[in-house]
Design a protein around this ligand. Structure first.
Ligand code: DX5
Ligand code: ZN
Length: 217
């Protein structure tokens, strides 16, 4: 029995009735709300921003896990804290001064995560790893829900877990993109302990049941 932190991605929720989906997550066994912020520059899609997150926070009874797919994320760190982010993840590829940005996130009172695109090697995180609360391995190219899991991600997860065993044993390894009931066990076996799921939760006939399944290992 392994403890899996499950964060449904609200990108697949019903935006015309967000409160209903927020209440479903509150009732469910899910651990966090995963909020995908896209700027149309770092990724070829635009999602939502501060006002929506602020309103989600009013109803959410679980932590907000904010995944920034934006350029220059350092410009808005304090603003995300203000609207209710508990965990703030920035992309390695979007940060010239990643160390500084990570310190900024922690100083603002949030947990700090760094995300890697599918082409980015985990070895690049070696020097920053002891500073991080979480690493998010993107198992699809970021920008859209509903894509298929890239299998090479499994090797990246095990390599990262080996690195973390040495320099940061409490590191949360989160995997995002194409996670479903058919592959989540392999992902956890490789060393992940946090999963994001959009379509696998909101596309299911019974989302609460889908959440239970994705947490049972
Ligand atoms: C993709 C986002 C993901 C996405 C996951 O850029 O970061 O969080 O919503 O959706 P699924 O689980 O459908 O791949
Ligand atoms: Zn995400």
């Amino acid at each position: 029995m392994k403890e899996i932190i499950l964060a449904p991605s609200m990108l697949s929720a019903d935006f015309a009735n967000l409160q209903k989906d927020i209440e479903m997550i509150n009732r469910s066994e899910a651990d966090w709300f995963h909020l995908d912020i896209m700027d149309g520059v770092f990724v070829p899609n635009i999602s939502f921003g501060f006002p929506v997150v602020k309103h989600i926070k009013k109803h959410a009874k679980k932590p907000l896990d904010v995944h920034l797919m934006i350029v220059q994320p350092e410009r808005y760190v304090e603003e995300w804290k203000k609207v209710g982010a508990d965990i703030l993840t920035v992309h390695y590829e979007a940060c010239t001064h990643l160390h500084r940005t990570v310190q900024q996130i922690k100083a603002a009172g949030m947990k700090a995560g760094v995300s890697l695109n599918p082409h980015t090697a985990v070895s690049l995180l070696k020097d920053i790893l002891p500073e991080l609360d979480m690493v998010l391995i993107m198992s699809v190219n970021p920008g859209f829900g509903g894509q298929s899991f890239i299998k090479q991600s499994l090797n990246k997860i095990s390599e990262l877990r080996e690195m973390a065993d040495i320099s940061n044993p409490n590191l949360i390894i989160q995997v995002d993109g194409g996670v479903d009931k058919n592959n989540y066990k392999k992902i956890v076996k490789a060393g992940a302990n946090a999963l994001v799921a959009g379509s696998a939760v909101f596309g299911a006939d019974d989302p609460e049941e889908a959440i239970i399944v994705l947490k049972s290992y």
